[in-house]
Design a binder for this molecule. Structure first.
Ligand code: FES
Length: 154
């Protein structure tokens, strides 16, 4: 069941759009922000609240790679693997993160602190390689700088 706060936030979004379908991603983000990820039950609750098909909503959630349909760590590291970052050796950043955290793409540290995922271009190609942790964009990342970045997140 959606909480009062979640319903209120979604209703605020609904005021901004004439079509309830236009709110689907925002509604999922609201639930995810409060719960960490979107369970099947939460997805059905959002679909019921918006009056849209749960099947269609699941399709949206699956297509949009910033909606998590499985549990994730307290912090999600999104490592850009698109062309500019690929040219600027994003693989060295991924390896440094993997060595430091003991995880690869799609995995979560045993203490639940970090999940690491690949992502398409984060829109900061002139500062490649780039990664994002939660809402923070980190540019011009170097393998040696990974430790300092991770230290900012409990
Ligand atoms: S290719 Fe990585 S930010 Fe654009």
């Amino acid at each position: 069941m959606l909480t009062v706060e979640e319903r209120h936030e979604i209703e605020e979004e609904l005021k901004r759009y004439p079509d309830r379908h236009a709110v689907t991603i925002d509604a999922l983000k609201i639930v995810q922000r409060r719960r960490g990820w979107v369970t099947d039950e939460a997805l059905r609750d959002v679909a019921d609240f918006l009056g849209v098909s749960a099947h269609d909503l699941d399709g949206v959630a699956t297509f949009y790679n910033l909606i998590y349909r499985q549990p994730v760590g307290r912090h999600v590291i999104l490592v850009c693997d698109s062309v500019s970052c690929w040219i600027r050796r994003y693989d060295r950043i991924r390896e440094a993160l993997g060595t430091r955290l003991g995880i690869g793409f799609g995995e979560t540290t045993s203490d639940g602190r970090f999940t690491m995922l690949p992502i398409v271009c984060l829109g900061a190609c002139d500062h490649a390689p780039v990664l994002m942790i939660d809402q923070d964009l980190h540019r011009d990342v170097t393998p040696d700088g990974v430790e300092e970045i991770l230290a900012k997140y409990d």
